[in-house]
Design a protein around this ligand. Sequence first.
Ligand code: ATP
Length: 326
Amino acid sequence: MATIKTIGILTSGGDAPGMNAAIRAVTRAARYNGWGVKGIMRGYKGLITNEIEEFYSNSVSNIIQRGGTILKTARCKEFMTEEGRTLAYNNMRAAGIDALVVIGGDGTITGAKVFAEQFDIPIVALPGTIDNDLSGTDTTIGYDTALNTIVEAVDKLRDTASSHERLFFVEVMGRHAGYLALNGAIASGAEAAIIPESATGDDQLKTLIDNGFRKSKNSAIVLVAEDPATGGAMGLAERVKNEYPQYDARVTILGHIQRGGSPTAADRILASRLGAAAVEALKEGQRNVMVGLKNGELVYTPFCQALSKTKSIKQSNVELVKMLSI
Ligand code: ATP
């Protein structure tokens, strides 16, 4: 195995609060170990367009508290082609980069896996996505901040919902993962969560209405994952209008507001630990693994495993929402 002298770092896919804390940790830990660091702009796109900068310790000063990513991020179709990845590899080698740390969601890790299969490069990935949909880690970087943003928004909506006695559908992110909706519902005291994981064979709206939401109150807040199968909050509100016209349903879509803002302490600590662990992993000769935190311990999960296993939600939490909303 060739010795590593310089690593490259990039953020890719959707931005997530805490990515900057991770960039800082990777840069500082690498410098601490005497390695050079190159910051790659705009994810895989920057490897192809050769937007690669030298990163020093002070390149990452004063960013731990900032949302977004100073490296910018992008979605890059060209990297999905062999030619695109060849260009990326040639630029990477010309910049003297021996190994990569990539920060992003499942798409980013899929890209890293494909890249490492085509070329012999050590890559370590950090889970950076608000959806928390990656197995191999209890939580992903950005998830806790997004959850807190949702709770803050729902607390505000509650005032209007109860004053007007309405049924509010609040749509949160997570096309295939109900983590934000379910735990957002628990944390905000919402009456229900409608999530993709519970969709199989169950009409969650019908169950909710049939069971009667919060019998002691005339208003309800339901957190809804942006699932195309239900049509999200808009789809559900439309159904209420047609099928249950006795209810006054309203929709709030939180959208990109969930990605923004200063990362919580939990996300900063997670990102700092994982960032330093990524450098440690490369030092140990690990390659093509995602670094995560499970039960407080750092764990390495091979890319194929991190991608193939679906992270199931806790069924007991689904029951908890039901139990606490009577
Ligand atoms: P989020 O969870 O926030 O959506 P993500 O990392 O899953 O983040 P994607 O847009 O799915 O975001 O993926 C990011 C990038 O990873 C893509 O734009 C592409 O450049 C690369 N990528 C994804 N899948 C592949 C693949 N099969 N082959 C090569 N590259 C890929």
